[in-house]
Design a protein around this ligand. Sequence first.
Ligand code: AMP
Length: 217
Amino acid sequence: MNLMLLGAPGAGKGTQAAKLIEAYGLVHISTGDILRAAAANKTPLGIAAKGYMDRGELVPDMVVIGLVKARLQEPDAAHGFILDGFPRTVVQADALSKALDELGKRLDAVISIDVDKRALVERLTARRACRSCGAIYNVMSQPQTASGVCPACGGELYQRDDDTVATVTNRLKVYEESTAPLIAYYRDKGILHEVDGNRPVDEVFASIRRVLEGSAR
Ligand code: AMP
């Protein structure tokens, strides 16, 4: 099963991706994670990408398209994948479609997670991630994480550099301008499923499972 998660920053794509991976054994392809790892390792790509990321801007299309094309060709992607945070522009979506055709693959479903704008800023600025296991938390709704220690593995919790109020505002603007049009793009292709992401994590996940049970091959 090959899936795509669409949604604004803070909609819960990463959280739902983690649950989908566990349930279906899919490979997680998150361009944000790939770019953050490159930035942490100070590779030339990472150094170049970090400036865009810290400003809440998109990294140039050609860079991310190259990353995803290479990742899709790795052997583990043959058993199914989840695209998270890619595509973010129509240019990227067209390039993806071409790459999938060339590889003889197709997308089974695009899940759009819809969350009210007001909640997004709140969620993003309260988001913390674990440096060791990658789990994602919300310090407001999960006060047990306020100590900065991951409840799952004891690792250090940190705030992403681009989850500050100033950067978040720009990321949401960029989403509206460049990425939101992809909802209509995939609706036109007949593979879009919209899920209300304003509900608790497990309810959102149950809705996604229902969608997948209906569209799985
Ligand atoms: P994310 O973790 O998906 O929120 O991505 C964090 C940041 O990485 C974004 O704000 C962009 O700067 C960059 N990024 C991630 N995915 C893409 C993409 N598909 N196209 C362009 N920039 C991206």
